[in-house]
Design a protein around this ligand. Structure first.
Ligand SMILES: [Mg+2]
Length: 284
């Protein structure tokens, strides 16, 4: 039997930040590993919870890093949320707590964004057609303010028919200078203020992203492997649906975090970086 742990997989799923790159720098071995997989005719998908960019913007960022990938192979929590709603209820009207990347993906899917401008803090909080709203969607919003929070809370408190969906539940977002509030923080603010609970979360560790990649790749789950740096999202979600997983130690998880793993969040394979993965894959 081969001691190459990756040989049997046909489709390779990757988280972005902390696995392929850190902010604007590719991580060791990332480009070489992706090139190698391309040569071997393996399928590659990138799954990111980051809701602030459109897939097109994400593709541009990857190109700058030296990673070329088709837009169809990029799955973001925004694009999947847009597809999910378009499928469930086409032409819905949406109040968005989130950035332009999310709003643009929703519009591309034929949905109507009711607050398609930067809402300012002023005394016109209730100058808004609240009756029109079908969904509240949350994502990370670095322009969150009092007006937006007030409007979203008003909708959740007064309109039971409005569905409350989140692109992702990552509570924080890592930057080089430190953690900042992520998409999960937006959920918590609205849950606390409205006493309602978010009804559906699209990003990892929920199944939607992994299931979409499996469907698009047309590869069975047991021939698919997820590479991630976060145990509680990337690895947990893939384990739950029966995929193999590879933890990459170039992101938020270090060796000392691996002492008390449960079956649910233990990765199948651990590598220091993708250079390490490439070395294992090329040995006979
Ligand atoms: Mg990551």
């Amino acid at each position: 039997m081969s001691d190459n742990p990756f040989i049997s997989f046909e489709t390779f799923l990757f988280d972005g930040d902390g696995v392929l790159y850190k902010e604007s720098e590719p991580l060791p071995g990332a480009i070489e590993f992706l090139n190698f997989l391309n040569e071997k005719k393996k399928q590659i998908y990138i799954l990111t919870n980051n809701s602030t960019k459109t897939r097109k913007e994400f593709q541009t960022k990857l190109t700058k890093l030296g990673i070329s990938i088709n837009i169809e192979n990029i799955l973001t929590s925004s694009s999947l949320t847009a597809n999910y709603i378009a499928r469930e209820s086409p032409k819905s009207r949406i109040y968005v707590i989130g950035e332009d990347g999310l709003k643009n993906e929703l519009k591309s899917a034929g949905l109507e964004v009711l607050n398609d401008w930067q809402e300012k803090n002023d005394d016109k909080i209730f100058d808004f057609n609240f009756d029109d709203v079908d969904y509240i969607i949350t994502g990370m919003d670095r322009f969150i303010n009092y007006t937006k929070i007030s409007r979203a809370t008003h909708i959740l408190l007064n309109y039971d028919k409005v569905k409350f969906i989140a692109t992702n539940a990552d509570f924080t977002f890592p930057t080089v200078q430190g953690l900042i509030p992520g998409g999960g923080a937006m959920i918590k603010i609205l849950e606390e203020l409205s006493s309602r609970r978010v009804e559906q979360i699209i990003g990892k560790p929920e199944p939607e992203m992994y299931e979409t990649a499996v469907k698009l790749s047309n590869t069975p789950k047991d021939k698919t492997i997820m590479f991630g740096d976060r145990l509680e999202t990337d690895i947990l979600g893939a384990n739950r649906i029966g995929m193999s997983t590879c933890l990459v130690l170039t992101g938020v998880t270090s060796m000392t975090d691996l002492e008390n793993l449960t079956d649910e969040d233990a990765p199948t394979i651990i590598v220091n970086d993708l250079q390490d993965a490439l070395r294992s894959f090329t040995k006979s």
